[in-house]
Design a protein around this ligand. Sequence first.
Ligand code: AMP
Length: 564
Amino acid sequence: MSANIEMKYEKLVELYEVLDSTSKRLEKTSLIADFLSMVGEKDPNILSIITLFILGRIFPTWSEEELGIGSKLLMKAIALVVGVKPEEVEDQMRDIGDIGLAAQELFSRKVQSTLFRRDLTIEKIHQNLVKIANITGDKSQYKKLEILRELLSSASPMEAKYITRTVIEELRVGVGEGTMKDAVSLAFKVPKETVERAHMLTNDLGLVAVVAKEQGLEGLQKLTLEPGKPVKPMLAQLSPNYIASIQEMGWAFCETKYDGIRVQIHRERDEINIFTRRLENISQALPEIVEYIKKAIKPSDFIVEGEIIVTQDGKPISFQYILQRVRRKYEIEKMREKIPLTMYLFDVLYYNQPVLDEPFKDRRELLEKIVQIIPIKLELSTQVKVTPENPEKAEKLFNESIDEGHEGIMIKDPYAPYTPGIRGKKMLKWKATPETLDLVVVGGTYGTGKRAHFIGSFLLALRDEDNKLKNLAHVATGLDDKTLQELSEISEPLIVRKIGRQVEMIPSIIMEVAFSEIVKSPEYESGYSLRFPVVKRIRNDLNIEDIDTVERVESIYQTMKLIS
Ligand code: AMP
């Protein structure tokens, strides 16, 4: 197909530049809406690609496809195209602190042979990126490099800036899912809530944009869950006071809160897939869970949800062990014996048809009907019904849960539908341990003496309502020397700037941090800081979108003030 004017990558690059030049969300929304409504009629696929590209993505969130290109390979490709040594690209990258700007600078120094420059189209770029993602096996890195090199050799400096950023999925034009949903709603004149819901159920804003354009409101309303495509889990808020929470709900289901990893299990015909809350497929690593599910639930298409924990002699043991299971590619059978798992199911989202809009009490009833429990291996979460007249039942469950080594209890509204990705008041948690925060590392300071070779203190950040990172605290406690060393190794490629012993890092490592108190602090961008922060664990299972927010810190601050 010959590219019409809108399909040129150049056009999209122009949009990126204007998006980057404004921080006003409304302005960004209307710029994107104008662009989306201008996309040609011929190929709906292009609208989906553009929507994802503007979000800095290549594949929809539910997809497992990934490019498999690290920054080293990318720098090599840039070096080949501009005719310099990879170290020069690395230096440039370190100086500027952004791969896109570094590429732009190097490309603009290159003598342009316009004779060979062909117009890059959005489709061509997309096709090549898909090709790269599909390369596996022998010499795959070399083959990926070749395609990338070919692609970049047709790029102008400005195009190179954004192709490289797209490759590492860090577009930096300040467009998040919220802005994109507003833009789709504005462009195709469909209500925001409908776009929101369609996105929630499909996890694919590209598809949502195409359906909004082609079928409007009615089409969007028909989009729903599909076994095989993971959805974001419904999230829990902290209950400030469990008795008040139960009263507010009228009555509630309280359940044991298990401290393991949350999984969503999909059965689509004969295939069973297990996804983490980051929508990562971990089925290969957990063959016994697949077996238990096959045995426990009659064949039918379904999506169930639960928590997997590690147990020893019937007692839960440290969360850390489970991480040794979920990403394992080898010796799975051996690990299966060494680290036995128990699955606790607590919800059902689909059973022959979507059931997520049913009230929780009916979903639980369905779960009880369809699951044949296998003691110690696959069970349902322990649940009690609690009314405001008998709150001691919740307390009893809480104490029993803690005694058994679990984390606390969940408090669930019996009439609530399942709302993917939403942290609302319909599912609450009441934990024994002090609250923890999930924070991302944005910098650090090298230690002194024996620890001079590794970063001994990390600067942590959370996100504000515009998804901007705001720092909150330094943490230097809770990590042993071995972990510190490992962390330093992981941190090395993430470092973008060094000033003396201090470093600035690409936000990637997420830490769960406990603390004694939240205090107001003008020293940190968030306006708050933590007293006695301690790293509890590294959260490899979380994405940057999952880190805590300034809003949450504010709410814990207020709650703590009330309690103390
Ligand atoms: P948190 O990770 O502290 O935000 O607490 C919410 C998490 O608790 C959920 O995401 C689940 O992974 C986990 N969880 C453990 N037991 C349950 C349960 N019975 N119902 C719902 N979530 C649970």
